[in-house]
Design a protein around this ligand. Structure first.
Ligand code: 13P
Ligand code: SF4
Length: 305
């Protein structure tokens, strides 16, 4: 089938099933272009809750589909590619977290949404890269056990008076962005601003003009007077950046900054997902209640921006 034909068929089936397509900014450009809403992790959770569709097709990684299933139990949540899991989310499991909690009985557990529903259920509250500092500062506890990203934990620690205890996890895509990559690109593009995601290493973030979530970077680049940007995140964001600011130039900081899991959804498996109504994401009721509480608490926290 030609691409245009696949797109028409996706649109037809979307109507027929009363479905909505949500896609993360790291998805393939053609998938972003066919989606009803493209967003960062926070925006996608908020959008999932707002939808009155019967079906949500999630183009992203497993924890995102799971969060939608937790937040919207009355809807059918489909993921076109069930193998698209986030390696960082897989670095924490609920059993290990229960053990760690015993070592820090006074700590509140803040869990980055890049985690399984079972880990969320063991946590007091979730956060995303867009609200991590606000979430931590909203808590009464002075000690925070932060799961699973050590880089986001370090970023939060630099913006709070609380003691932040990091989990030993990281995003392979962001963690391989090195200080030398940034310095090389700055030499090549001396006029460019460097924008970076807080999943990057602390020494990389030190060089950034702006640290923000994926959506935060799009907003910053659009509002900035600068015309050129070195982008310190997954390469898929270049599509959203260029769409929002078509006259500006964006350079990926590292040729290695690609998340294979985020590229597993394409137009073919998106169409197949709507045709066959698969794969349906389910979460056991026992886990769902705890995970929902942690996500709901996060959605209630007011942002400073
Ligand atoms: P945000 O969209 O929240 O910035 O998260 C980035 C990410 O790694 C999602 O997997
Ligand atoms: Fe996970 Fe990193 Fe890929 Fe996001 S970019 S899904 S954090 S591996």
């Amino acid at each position: 089938m030609e691409q245009a034909e696949i797109i028409d068929r996706i649109k037809e089936l979307k109507e027929k099933r009363n479905a909505v397509i949500l896609a993360h900014y790291y998805s393939r450009p053609e998938v972003q272009d066919v989606a009803d809403f493209v967003g960062d992790s926070l925006g996608l959770s908020q959008e999932a809750v707002k939808q009155d569709a019967d079906v949500i097709v999630f183009c992203g990684v497993h924890f995102m589909g799971e969060s939608a299933a937790v937040l919207c139990p009355d809807k059918t949540v489909l993921m076109p590619e069930i193998d698209a899991s986030c390696p960082m989310a897989d670095m924490a499991d609920e059993k290990a977290l229960r053990e760690e909690k015993k070592k820090h009985p006074n700590a509140a557990v803040v869990c980055y949404v890049n985690s399984s529903a079972a880990v969320k259920a063991e946590s007091d509250i979730c956060c995303t890269s867009a609200n991590a500092v606000e979430v931590v500062n909203s808590l009464e506890a002075d000690e925070i056990l932060f799961v699973p990203d050590k880089n986001l934990a370090a970023y939060v620690a630099a913006h709070t008076d609380k003691k932040v205890i990091p989990w030993e996890g990281h995003c392979p895509c962001h963690h391989q962005i090195m200080k030398a990559d940034v310095l090389n690109m700055k030499k090549k593009h001396p006029e460019a601003k460097f924008i970076a995601h807080p999943e990057c290493r602390p020494e990389v973030l030190e060089l950034a003009d702006n640290v923000a979530s994926t959506r935060g970077m799009i907003v910053y680049a659009k509002e900035s007077d600068s015309q050129e940007f070195i982008v310190g995140t997954e390469c898929g964001l270049l599509h959203g950046l260029s769409k929002a600011s078509p006259d500006k130039k964006f350079y990926c900081v590292s040729g290695y900054a690609c998340c294979p899991s985020m590229k597993m959804v394409d137009l073919e498996n998106l169409l197949a997902s709507l045709e066959k109504m698969q794969t349906i994401i389910t979460v056991s009721e026992a886990v769902r209640a705890g995970a929902k509480q942690a996500l709901d608490r996060m959605l209630e926290v007011k942002l400073n921006k």
